[in-house]
Design a protein. Sequence first.
Length: 248
Amino acid sequence: MPEYFGQTSTGLAVLIFAALIGGIVRGFSGFGTALIFLPIASPYLGPFGAIIALTVMDIFGPIPNLRRAWAVVDKADLTRLLFGCALILPVGLWLLTRTQPDVFRYLVSLISLSMLVVLILGLRYRGRVSRSMVTTIGGAAGLLGGVAGIPGPAVILFYMSRPLPVEIVRATILLFLFAFDLLILGYLGGMGRLSMASIGLGLALVLPNMAGNWLGGWMFRPEQEKLYRFAAYLVIATAALSGLPLWG
C-alpha cells in the first residue's frame, strides 16, 4: 500500500477528514480545531507529530485577520500572556518527552472533555483580574500547550468570563494562539523535534482545514447560534471519546 508523508492512504484520509471537520467547527463556533484534530490524529502521528502537523496547518488561517486584531487588542495584556506562556511552555514540552503516547491521548481527550463540560455549564471566573493573574493564565496555557498541544482552554475560558467587548476577546485569543504556534515551532526546532514529514503533512492539511473554516463560516447563521454550538459540542465530544486508547 502506498504511503504519503509516512501515512497509508487510509491514515491520510482520516487526517484530512479531521482537518476538515476541525475547520468547519472553528468556522461556525470560533474554536475547536485542536480539540477535534489532536484526539483523532495522535494515534496515527504520535504526540509530537500530531502537534507539529496541527501547528503548521493552523498557522495560516488567522493571517488575514491579524492586522484587524492587532488594532483592537490590549497589547499589555497580550504581552503578559505571551511572557507567561514562553516561560512555562518548555516545561510542558519537557514533560511531553517523558509522557507515553497512550498517556498523551488520555490527556488530550480528558482536557477536551473537561473544557466541553465547563462550556456547557457556563462556568466563569467572576473575581478581580490582576496583571499577575494574566501572566499566570499565559503560563497555564503554555503548560497545557506543551504537554498536551492544547493551549486554548485556559485563555479562552478566562477571556470569555471577562466583561470586555467581544472584538477585544476575539482579538486576544486569535493573536495569542497565533503567537503560540510560532513559539512552539521555535522550541520544537531547538529540541530537534521538527521533521520534514510532519511539516509536509501540516502543509498538505492547510487546504482542507481552510476549506472547512470557509464552509463553517458560510453555514453559520447568528439566529441559530445555539444549534451550531450544540453541533460543535457534539463533534468535540465524539472526537475526544474516539481518541481514547480504550478503543485500541
